[in-house]
Design a protein around this ligand. Structure first.
Ligand SMILES: Cc1ncc(COP(=O)(O)O)c(C=O)c1O
Length: 344
């Protein structure tokens, strides 16, 4: 089976399993697990932040970021297709009591003007107490639902400057920030620059079995540790998990460009088929979204031929490239899709 459903389907290699088995451990709730502490320090350094906290999932990391940087009744600016709004099951309202203002823009981006326009300007006839305070802006890089697209750094800084000038805190959902860095050649520190909090995941293209981290200033991460505990994320001998993440950071980052190459050649190959359309402009990293008249039918036909993908909409299928998929697999999968779409 060529499994293209997600980059979360990756399984730990033998070497990663050995690193996990050999990990030095302690009790992370008491902050004395040496491998977790090493991972947190490594992530903070990679992102140019004071500190980081290791958490079970990207969703928990994002939800903690919202919780510690807003108050109930606040409004959060976010892209219309962002994971936090689309796939975290109303967590923003449930855990933090905030509403989301969803900004629409190309490839998961929005502009500084849209940010400015979304923050109300009180005046004598309409005083500030008549508006819900806008207190946080979230970006997602790469942007999953837009095709794994990468934010341009100049545009990021413009949007951040505007948000800051309006008194907003800023959070980066960088579940796949590693891919953004690999694709753009921009250092992680520069991609994280200016954000108050940054989420990164080890369990996606990096191939670790579990884990994410939230990075930021020391006092912010101190608050995050409190909410990690409140949200039930207090780990004990989590060094076993952190060892997988450390191994992934050391060994699996450089190869991410191979996934991007495979995604590109796959996208070009299927785009040549009559019944398939790919916006090649959106294929910037390891995700490929394509249009076909009946997504569920095609995904099911391909599954019978050994290619597993997700129908994510009536006419949309997602295929994701990762360390379990070779260049040959990518070409073979494209061939299956071309054949099955011609039969349909
Ligand atoms: C952009 C983005 N953010 C956050 C998450 C959540 O990560 P997790 O599945 O670890 O909760 C995902 C998951 O795919 C994602 O794509």
């Amino acid at each position: 089976m060529i499994d293209l459903r997600s980059d979360t389907v990756t399984k730990p290699s033998q070497r990663m399993r050995r690193a996990i088995a050999d990990a030095a451990v302690g009790d992370d709730v008491y902050h004395d697990d040496p491998t977790v502490n090493e991972l947190e320090g490594t992530v903070a350094d990679l992102l140019g932040k004071d500190d980081a906290v290791f958490v079970p999932t990207g969703t928990m990391s994002n939800q903690i970021a919202l919780r510690i940087q807003t108050n109930p009744g606040d409004t959060v600016l976010i892209h219309a297709e962002a994971h936090i709004g689309q796939h975290e099951l109303g967590g923003a309202a449930h855990n933090s009591g905030v509403t989301l203002t969803r900004l629409v823009g190309p490839y998961g981006t929005f502009s500084a003007e849209q940010v400015a326009d979304s923050v109300p300007t009180p005046h004598a006839a309409l005083p500030g107490h008549l508006f819900a305070p806008v207190t946080l802006m979230c970006l997602e890089n790469t942007h999953n639902d837009s095709g794994g697209t990468v934010w341009d750094t100049t545009q990021t800084q413009e949007v951040l400057n505007t948000a800051r000038s309006l008194g907003l805190k800023t959070h980066l959902d960088g579940a796949r920030l590693w891919n953004a860095s690999a694709a753009s050649g921009v250092d992680l520190v520069d991609l994280a620059l200016g954000f108050d909090t940054v989420n990164v995941c080890f369990s996606k293209g990096l191939g670790a079995p579990v884990g994410s981290a939230l990075a930021g200033a020391a006092d912010t991460i101190e608050q995050a540790r409190r909410f990690k505990q409140i949200f039930g994320g207090g780990f004990r001998q989590a060094g076993m998990l952190a060892a997988g993440a450390l191994h992934a950071l050391e060994h699996n980052r450089e190869r991410l460009v191979d996934d991007h190459t495979n995604a590109r050649s796959f996208a070009e190959a299927i785009n040549a088929a009559d019944q398939i359309q790919v916006d090649l402009g959106s294929v910037q990293t390891n995700l490929v979204y394509f249009e076909t008249p009946d997504a569920e039918a095609l995904a099911s036909d391909c599954l019978h031929e050994g290619v597993s993908m997700l129908a994510v909409g009536r006419t949309t299928i997602r295929a994701v490239f990762h360390l379990g998929v070779t260049a040959e697999d990518a070409q073979q999968a494209a061939e299956v899709i071309r054949k099955q779409s011609a039969i349909a």
